[in-house]
Design a protein around this ligand. Sequence first.
Ligand code: HEM
Length: 174
Amino acid sequence: MKGAILDAIKDLIVENFGLEKWMDVLENAGLSRTDVFTVRDDVPDETVLEVIKSISETLNLSPQEVIDAFGEYWASVYTPKVYRPYYRGIRSAKELLLKMNEIHRKVTENIPNAHPPRFEYRWEGPNVLIMKYISPRGLVEVFMGVLKGVGKFFNTDLKIERVSPDEVRIEFME
Ligand code: HEM
């Protein structure tokens, strides 16, 4: 997985709990206290999952709380800052979500081991979208966490509901 994911997780933890706690998280995950991950790195998926587990142990949060906090931070703080060009011309949560395949393809095209998620879309009505999440990683909870962050970033109320193992229904309350 791209190093950006761990870079974002680090920012989130440091901003909320301080650098020492982040170093504790790394150590508890079997990493070095001073490890740094950059947007260009390629990090094994297991390392990312170890770090998420370690955050939940070190900070006494449930895995779900960690995933929600990450998703929200990723979509409402980190990507608008670090991947700003991809937000150009996008004015709503709906517009961003419809560009997910294109954005993930572009962001990962130069990374040999990247396997970005893909999405299929089906409209149930003008403001009701079913998004099917396709990825061998099976991180549908992360997908839903990021969706909440998208709503927050655009200041839009989104009603998000899982309707099958890999499908989420999104109602845009505009
Ligand atoms: C401009 C905004 C975004 C950028 C730049 C971005 C970029 C990325 C990158 C680089 C990865 C790692 C891929 C890899 O290493 O294989 C990733 C993973 C992921 N992204 Fe995004 N993303 C964005 C928005 C979103 C949104 C809005 C969603 C959900 C609606 C989303 C869902 C996911 C999920 C679930 C993964 C985990 C990987 C997987 O399931 O296979 N992303 N994204």
